[in-house]
Design a protein around this ligand. Structure first.
Ligand code: 8YV
Length: 314
């Protein structure tokens, strides 16, 4: 009997996507096997493609255990959990799901900015706690017309900036090099961006290159009237410095969709009304997750039939 060309599903995915994978291909869900190591010893050579989430990626040891692996297909735009250089050295192609989630992530970033500055979530808690009867809610911070800095002017950063133009904000950005056609003021360091702006929205890619980019020093530069929004990766922000800055009122507030050790959120943040805490939901709409799932399937199908991916990572 000829061995089935196997698609290895490395982590849990959207149920609809899991069903389609199972219907269309010989799919093995590695994370659900009672003994994944035994499977890899006996059947690893059948695996031609792996499907995984931005959260888990495919580790180097798993790549090395799959001699026939030709493609790693990520559900998500971020792929820092997979060592792309290592994959390339083994002739493995890597794809992600860019573009389809840009609008929803940008929408949520702007929502987070408005929430933290106008204190929507905190005011909601105030009403629910029956405190309105005792006193009107304290005044909050105006959003329109403020200076907003975008850290990382990629697809998502640009979509955030475009939305914020509608609020009459003065937009600046920071990236490794100026973006040629960007109509916004360029600042070469995160610290300068934080110094100049009332709020900084983090939309830079995760991974080693951006770890701790929003350091204690950057938070200090943002200052007691400054706000931070992070829809990128928890690793981009020095989380303990952020916790300290929030606790001591050295920044005005933060809206966070991502954390250093998800789903664990530092207790000090849980207890603070200065922060808006979201469970990594920026791309989490039915429409966008469906589109991400379809792009995963398109990548996989193109790879299996033509040997090339639709949206290979740069
Ligand atoms: C996750 C994300 O992929 O795209 C990314 O990089 O972080 C999210 O869209 C999503 O939570 C599904 O894993």
């Amino acid at each position: 009997r000829t061995a089935p060309r196997t698609v290895l599903q490395v982590s849990a995915l959207l149920p609809e996507l899991e069903r389609t994978l199972a219907d269309r291909y010989h799919t093995v869900r590695l994370h659900e096997l009672p003994d994944p190591a035994a499977y890899l010893r006996e059947e690893a050579h059948n695996v031609v493609a792996a499907v995984t989430s931005a959260r888990w990626g495919v580790g180097n040891s798993l790549m090395d255990a799959l001699p026939g692996l030709g493609a790693i297909v990520h559900f998500g735009v971020g792929y820092e959990t997979t060592d792309v250089a290592h994959a390339r050295s083994r002739g493995i192609d890597v794809s992600n799901t860019p573009d389809v989630l840009t609008d929803c992530v940008a929408d949520l970033a702007v929502g987070g900015l408005i929430d933290v500055m106008r204190e929507l979530s905190a005011a909601d808690r105030y009403v629910r706690a029956g405190r309105w009867r005792a006193a009107p809610y304290p005044l909050t911070s105006r959003v329109s017309g403020k200076k907003v800095g975008i850290l990382g002017l990629g697809r998502i950063g640009r979509a955030v900036a475009r939305r914020l133009e509608g609020f009459g904000t003065d937009i600046a950005y920071c990236s490794r090099v100026p973006v040629p056609d960007a109509p916004y003021r360029y600042l070469p360091t995160a610290r300068m961006l934080a110094t100049e702006c009332d709020a900084v929205v983090v939309t830079v890619a995760g991974g080693a290159g951006t770890g701790g980019l929003v350091s204690a020093e950057v938070l200090e530069a943002l200052g007691p009237r400054g706000y931070l929004v992070n829809v990128a990766r928890g690793t981009v922000v020095d989380e303990s410095a952020l916790v300290a800055a929030v606790r001591e009122g050295r920044i005005a507030g933060a809206a966070l969709d991502v954390f250093a050790d998800e789903p664990n959120v530092p207790q000090a943040l849980m207890e603070s009304d200065r922060v808006v805490l979201l469970p990594h939901v920026a791309s989490g709409t039915r429409e966008t997750r469906r589109a991400m799932g379809e792009l995963v399937l398109d990548n996989l199908q193109r790879f299996l039939t033509e040997g090339a991916l639709v949206t290979p990572v740069p």
